[in-house]
Ligand binder design. Structure first.
Ligand SMILES: C[S@@+](CC[C@H](N)C(=O)[O-])C[C@H]1O[C@@H](n2cnc3c(N)ncnc32)[C@H](O)[C@@H]1O
Length: 299
Protein backbone atom coordinates (compact mmCIF):
# COMPACT_ATOMS: atom_id res chain seq x y z
CA UNK A 1 0.00 0.00 0.00
CA UNK A 2 1.21 3.46 -0.78
CA UNK A 3 0.96 5.93 2.01
CA UNK A 4 2.66 9.19 2.69
CA UNK A 5 3.06 10.75 6.07
CA UNK A 6 4.51 13.94 4.75
CA UNK A 7 5.24 15.64 7.98
CA UNK A 8 6.58 18.72 6.24
CA UNK A 9 2.94 19.50 5.52
CA UNK A 10 2.17 19.52 9.18
CA UNK A 11 2.03 22.87 10.81
CA UNK A 12 3.01 22.65 14.45
CA UNK A 13 0.93 19.57 14.88
CA UNK A 14 0.93 18.13 18.35
CA UNK A 15 -1.48 15.61 19.70
CA UNK A 16 -3.36 18.03 21.90
CA UNK A 17 -3.35 21.02 19.60
CA UNK A 18 -7.00 21.79 20.23
CA UNK A 19 -6.12 22.99 23.73
CA UNK A 20 -3.96 25.73 22.30
CA UNK A 21 -6.56 27.00 19.88
CA UNK A 22 -8.65 29.95 20.92
CA UNK A 23 -11.66 28.44 19.17
CA UNK A 24 -13.73 25.80 20.85
CA UNK A 25 -13.58 22.37 19.37
CA UNK A 26 -16.15 19.97 20.71
CA UNK A 27 -16.05 20.26 24.50
CA UNK A 28 -16.36 16.53 25.07
CA UNK A 29 -13.49 16.10 22.64
CA UNK A 30 -11.28 18.63 24.44
CA UNK A 31 -12.07 17.10 27.76
CA UNK A 32 -11.35 13.66 26.40
CA UNK A 33 -7.95 14.85 25.21
CA UNK A 34 -6.88 15.14 28.84
CA UNK A 35 -7.35 11.42 29.35
CA UNK A 36 -5.66 8.90 27.13
CA UNK A 37 -8.36 6.26 27.48
CA UNK A 38 -11.24 8.65 27.11
CA UNK A 39 -9.62 10.11 24.03
CA UNK A 40 -9.17 6.68 22.49
CA UNK A 41 -12.79 5.90 23.30
CA UNK A 42 -14.00 9.21 21.88
CA UNK A 43 -12.02 8.66 18.70
CA UNK A 44 -13.40 5.14 18.36
CA UNK A 45 -16.98 6.42 18.83
CA UNK A 46 -16.54 9.04 16.13
CA UNK A 47 -14.83 6.55 13.80
CA UNK A 48 -17.74 4.11 14.33
CA UNK A 49 -20.32 6.78 13.54
CA UNK A 50 -18.45 7.84 10.40
CA UNK A 51 -18.25 4.22 9.20
CA UNK A 52 -21.93 3.58 9.95
CA UNK A 53 -22.84 6.86 8.26
CA UNK A 54 -20.93 5.70 5.18
CA UNK A 55 -22.75 2.36 5.21
CA UNK A 56 -26.28 3.63 5.88
CA UNK A 57 -25.99 6.62 3.55
CA UNK A 58 -24.01 4.78 0.86
CA UNK A 59 -26.61 5.37 -1.89
CA UNK A 60 -26.91 9.01 -0.93
CA UNK A 61 -23.14 9.56 -1.18
CA UNK A 62 -23.07 7.76 -4.54
CA UNK A 63 -25.73 10.21 -5.77
CA UNK A 64 -23.76 13.18 -4.46
CA UNK A 65 -20.58 11.96 -6.20
CA UNK A 66 -22.42 11.51 -9.51
CA UNK A 67 -23.57 15.12 -9.27
CA UNK A 68 -20.05 16.30 -8.38
CA UNK A 69 -18.69 14.43 -11.41
CA UNK A 70 -21.22 16.22 -13.65
CA UNK A 71 -19.96 19.54 -12.28
CA UNK A 72 -16.23 18.85 -12.53
CA UNK A 73 -15.77 16.35 -15.37
CA UNK A 74 -12.93 13.84 -15.05
CA UNK A 75 -10.07 14.67 -12.71
CA UNK A 76 -6.61 13.22 -12.07
CA UNK A 77 -5.79 14.40 -8.56
CA UNK A 78 -8.21 14.71 -5.66
CA UNK A 79 -7.71 16.02 -2.13
CA UNK A 80 -10.13 14.97 0.64
CA UNK A 81 -9.78 17.47 3.50
CA UNK A 82 -10.74 16.27 6.99
CA UNK A 83 -11.22 12.81 5.50
CA UNK A 84 -12.06 10.98 8.75
CA UNK A 85 -12.42 7.24 8.14
CA UNK A 86 -12.58 7.81 4.39
CA UNK A 87 -16.25 7.67 3.38
CA UNK A 88 -15.61 10.43 0.84
CA UNK A 89 -12.11 9.23 -0.06
CA UNK A 90 -13.36 5.80 -1.12
CA UNK A 91 -16.44 7.17 -2.90
CA UNK A 92 -14.21 9.61 -4.82
CA UNK A 93 -11.74 6.87 -5.77
CA UNK A 94 -14.64 4.79 -7.09
CA UNK A 95 -16.30 7.67 -8.93
CA UNK A 96 -13.01 8.82 -10.51
CA UNK A 97 -11.24 5.57 -11.43
CA UNK A 98 -8.40 7.44 -13.12
CA UNK A 99 -7.64 9.61 -10.10
CA UNK A 100 -5.24 9.54 -7.18
CA UNK A 101 -6.92 10.62 -3.94
CA UNK A 102 -5.02 12.15 -1.03
CA UNK A 103 -6.80 12.05 2.31
CA UNK A 104 -5.79 14.77 4.77
CA UNK A 105 -6.69 14.69 8.46
CA UNK A 106 -5.27 15.98 11.73
CA UNK A 107 -5.93 12.63 13.40
CA UNK A 108 -3.38 9.84 12.79
CA UNK A 109 -5.89 7.28 14.11
CA UNK A 110 -8.46 8.30 11.51
CA UNK A 111 -5.84 8.02 8.78
CA UNK A 112 -4.72 4.59 9.95
CA UNK A 113 -8.34 3.43 9.93
CA UNK A 114 -8.75 4.94 6.45
CA UNK A 115 -5.68 3.11 5.11
CA UNK A 116 -7.10 -0.22 6.33
CA UNK A 117 -10.36 0.52 4.57
CA UNK A 118 -8.59 1.52 1.35
CA UNK A 119 -6.64 -1.72 1.47
CA UNK A 120 -9.76 -3.81 2.12
CA UNK A 121 -11.50 -2.09 -0.80
CA UNK A 122 -8.56 -2.82 -3.11
CA UNK A 123 -7.99 0.91 -3.65
CA UNK A 124 -4.79 1.42 -1.65
CA UNK A 125 -2.67 2.00 -4.75
CA UNK A 126 -4.64 5.17 -5.53
CA UNK A 127 -5.21 6.45 -1.99
CA UNK A 128 -2.56 8.29 0.02
CA UNK A 129 -2.79 9.88 3.45
CA UNK A 130 -1.27 13.05 4.82
CA UNK A 131 -1.44 14.04 8.48
CA UNK A 132 -1.88 17.80 8.61
CA UNK A 133 -3.68 20.50 10.54
CA UNK A 134 -5.85 22.59 8.24
CA UNK A 135 -5.87 25.37 10.83
CA UNK A 136 -2.14 25.80 10.25
CA UNK A 137 -0.54 27.87 7.53
CA UNK A 138 1.11 24.82 5.95
CA UNK A 139 -1.97 22.59 6.04
CA UNK A 140 -2.12 22.13 2.24
CA UNK A 141 1.10 23.84 1.24
CA UNK A 142 2.50 21.19 -1.08
CA UNK A 143 -0.89 20.13 -2.44
CA UNK A 144 -1.86 20.47 -6.05
CA UNK A 145 -5.30 19.14 -6.94
CA UNK A 146 -7.99 19.20 -9.64
CA UNK A 147 -10.69 18.55 -7.10
CA UNK A 148 -10.76 19.37 -3.41
CA UNK A 149 -13.53 17.70 -1.41
CA UNK A 150 -14.23 18.82 2.17
CA UNK A 151 -17.13 17.01 3.86
CA UNK A 152 -18.30 18.04 7.31
CA UNK A 153 -14.82 19.18 8.16
CA UNK A 154 -14.85 22.92 7.40
CA UNK A 155 -17.10 23.66 10.38
CA UNK A 156 -14.38 22.22 12.65
CA UNK A 157 -11.85 24.84 11.59
CA UNK A 158 -10.92 27.82 13.75
CA UNK A 159 -11.02 30.30 10.88
CA UNK A 160 -12.58 28.56 7.88
CA UNK A 161 -12.24 31.61 5.58
CA UNK A 162 -8.49 31.84 6.22
CA UNK A 163 -8.07 28.08 5.68
CA UNK A 164 -10.22 28.18 2.53
CA UNK A 165 -8.12 31.04 1.14
CA UNK A 166 -5.00 28.87 1.60
CA UNK A 167 -6.77 25.83 0.13
CA UNK A 168 -7.65 27.92 -2.93
CA UNK A 169 -3.93 28.18 -3.67
CA UNK A 170 -3.71 24.35 -3.78
CA UNK A 171 -6.19 24.04 -6.68
CA UNK A 172 -4.94 23.71 -10.24
CA UNK A 173 -6.28 26.05 -12.94
CA UNK A 174 -9.67 24.71 -14.05
CA UNK A 175 -10.04 22.81 -10.78
CA UNK A 176 -12.88 22.81 -8.24
CA UNK A 177 -13.57 22.79 -4.54
CA UNK A 178 -16.66 21.03 -3.22
CA UNK A 179 -17.76 21.88 0.30
CA UNK A 180 -20.27 19.37 1.67
CA UNK A 181 -21.85 20.15 5.01
CA UNK A 182 -24.71 18.90 7.14
CA UNK A 183 -27.35 21.34 8.34
CA UNK A 184 -27.79 19.47 11.61
CA UNK A 185 -27.17 16.06 13.15
CA UNK A 186 -29.41 13.32 11.73
CA UNK A 187 -32.73 12.49 13.38
CA UNK A 188 -34.13 9.02 13.81
CA UNK A 189 -37.56 9.22 15.47
CA UNK A 190 -39.91 11.73 13.89
CA UNK A 191 -42.22 13.32 16.43
CA UNK A 192 -40.20 12.14 19.45
CA UNK A 193 -40.19 15.07 21.90
CA UNK A 194 -37.11 13.90 23.77
CA UNK A 195 -35.10 13.72 20.54
CA UNK A 196 -36.33 17.23 19.68
CA UNK A 197 -35.23 18.59 23.09
CA UNK A 198 -31.81 16.92 22.68
CA UNK A 199 -31.32 18.49 19.28
CA UNK A 200 -32.30 21.91 20.60
CA UNK A 201 -29.75 21.53 23.40
CA UNK A 202 -27.05 20.48 20.92
CA UNK A 203 -27.86 23.37 18.60
CA UNK A 204 -27.54 25.82 21.52
CA UNK A 205 -24.23 24.24 22.57
CA UNK A 206 -22.81 24.23 19.02
CA UNK A 207 -23.75 27.87 18.48
CA UNK A 208 -21.01 28.64 21.01
CA UNK A 209 -18.27 26.19 20.09
CA UNK A 210 -18.92 25.44 16.40
CA UNK A 211 -20.48 28.60 14.99
CA UNK A 212 -20.12 27.47 11.37
CA UNK A 213 -22.09 24.25 11.74
CA UNK A 214 -25.13 24.58 9.47
CA UNK A 215 -23.81 27.83 7.92
CA UNK A 216 -24.49 29.01 4.39
CA UNK A 217 -21.03 28.39 2.92
CA UNK A 218 -21.56 30.47 -0.25
CA UNK A 219 -20.62 33.82 1.39
CA UNK A 220 -17.74 32.20 3.27
CA UNK A 221 -16.38 30.70 0.03
CA UNK A 222 -16.67 34.10 -1.68
CA UNK A 223 -14.89 35.77 1.24
CA UNK A 224 -12.02 33.31 0.67
CA UNK A 225 -11.81 34.35 -3.00
CA UNK A 226 -13.80 31.52 -4.60
CA UNK A 227 -16.56 31.83 -7.20
CA UNK A 228 -19.54 29.66 -6.31
CA UNK A 229 -20.64 27.78 -9.43
CA UNK A 230 -23.40 25.54 -8.10
CA UNK A 231 -25.19 24.61 -4.93
CA UNK A 232 -27.45 21.66 -4.23
CA UNK A 233 -29.33 20.51 -1.17
CA UNK A 234 -29.66 16.77 -0.59
CA UNK A 235 -32.59 15.66 1.57
CA UNK A 236 -32.11 12.30 3.22
CA UNK A 237 -35.32 10.63 4.29
CA UNK A 238 -34.84 6.91 4.75
CA UNK A 239 -37.95 4.89 5.61
CA UNK A 240 -38.16 1.17 6.35
CA UNK A 241 -36.92 -1.18 5.00
CA UNK A 242 -33.63 0.31 6.15
CA UNK A 243 -30.07 -0.92 5.66
CA UNK A 244 -29.00 -3.45 8.28
CA UNK A 245 -26.61 -1.02 10.01
CA UNK A 246 -29.26 1.67 10.64
CA UNK A 247 -30.09 0.51 14.18
CA UNK A 248 -26.43 0.58 15.20
CA UNK A 249 -26.00 3.97 13.50
CA UNK A 250 -28.93 5.42 15.47
CA UNK A 251 -27.74 3.82 18.71
CA UNK A 252 -24.14 5.02 18.41
CA UNK A 253 -25.33 8.51 17.46
CA UNK A 254 -27.77 8.74 20.40
CA UNK A 255 -25.14 7.45 22.84
CA UNK A 256 -22.71 10.09 21.64
CA UNK A 257 -25.45 12.72 21.94
CA UNK A 258 -26.04 11.55 25.53
CA UNK A 259 -22.32 11.90 26.31
CA UNK A 260 -22.18 15.41 24.85
CA UNK A 261 -25.27 16.59 26.75
CA UNK A 262 -24.10 15.57 30.23
CA UNK A 263 -25.04 18.46 32.54
CA UNK A 264 -27.11 20.17 29.85
CA UNK A 265 -30.29 18.14 30.20
CA UNK A 266 -32.28 17.18 33.28
CA UNK A 267 -31.26 13.86 34.92
CA UNK A 268 -34.68 12.50 33.84
CA UNK A 269 -34.06 13.40 30.20
CA UNK A 270 -30.54 11.96 30.33
CA UNK A 271 -31.88 8.68 31.73
CA UNK A 272 -34.65 8.62 29.11
CA UNK A 273 -32.11 9.29 26.36
CA UNK A 274 -30.00 6.40 27.61
CA UNK A 275 -33.06 4.12 27.52
CA UNK A 276 -33.95 5.38 24.04
CA UNK A 277 -30.43 4.62 22.79
CA UNK A 278 -30.70 1.06 24.12
CA UNK A 279 -34.13 0.50 22.56
CA UNK A 280 -33.62 2.21 19.23
CA UNK A 281 -32.18 -0.72 17.19
CA UNK A 282 -35.46 -2.62 17.51
CA UNK A 283 -37.83 0.33 17.04
CA UNK A 284 -40.10 -0.37 14.05
CA UNK A 285 -40.62 3.36 13.45
CA UNK A 286 -36.90 4.09 12.96
CA UNK A 287 -36.13 6.48 10.08
CA UNK A 288 -33.14 8.60 9.08
CA UNK A 289 -33.74 12.27 8.35
CA UNK A 290 -30.92 14.60 7.45
CA UNK A 291 -30.15 17.44 5.13
CA UNK A 292 -26.77 18.10 3.55
CA UNK A 293 -25.72 20.76 1.08
CA UNK A 294 -22.94 20.77 -1.50
CA UNK A 295 -21.32 23.94 -2.86
CA UNK A 296 -19.13 23.72 -5.96
CA UNK A 297 -16.64 26.57 -6.24
CA UNK A 298 -13.74 27.58 -8.47
CA UNK A 299 -10.62 29.50 -7.41
C1 LIG B 1 -17.14 14.93 11.11
S1 LIG B 1 -15.61 14.26 10.55
C2 LIG B 1 -15.92 14.12 8.79
C3 LIG B 1 -15.13 13.01 8.16
C4 LIG B 1 -15.39 12.75 6.67
N1 LIG B 1 -15.08 13.90 5.84
C5 LIG B 1 -16.79 12.27 6.40
O1 LIG B 1 -17.55 13.01 5.79
O2 LIG B 1 -17.12 11.13 6.80
C6 LIG B 1 -14.48 15.64 10.63
C7 LIG B 1 -13.02 15.26 10.41
O3 LIG B 1 -12.25 16.47 10.31
C8 LIG B 1 -11.02 16.27 10.99
N2 LIG B 1 -10.50 17.59 11.41
C9 LIG B 1 -11.01 18.41 12.36
N3 LIG B 1 -10.25 19.52 12.49
C10 LIG B 1 -9.23 19.38 11.60
C11 LIG B 1 -8.10 20.18 11.27
N4 LIG B 1 -7.87 21.33 11.90
N5 LIG B 1 -7.24 19.75 10.31
C12 LIG B 1 -7.46 18.56 9.69
N6 LIG B 1 -8.51 17.76 9.95
C13 LIG B 1 -9.39 18.16 10.91
C14 LIG B 1 -11.38 15.36 12.15
O4 LIG B 1 -10.23 14.68 12.64
C15 LIG B 1 -12.41 14.43 11.52
O5 LIG B 1 -11.82 13.27 11.00
Amino acid sequence: MTQSHTHDHVHGHTHGHAHNQPHGHDKAHDHAHAHGHAHQHDHQDLADILDLDAEVLHDHLTEVMAWVHEQTGDVATVLDLGAGTGAGTLALARRFPGATVTAVDVSPQMLQHLRHKAQAAGLADRIHTVEADLDGADGTKAADADLVWAANSLHHLADPVASLARIRGAIRPGGHLVAFEMDAFPRFLPGDELETRCHEAVTAMRAGDMPHLGADWAPLLRAAGFTVQAQRRFEIDLEPPLPEATGRYAQTSLRRLRQGLEGRLSPEDLAALEALAEAVPTRPDLTVRARRTAWVATP
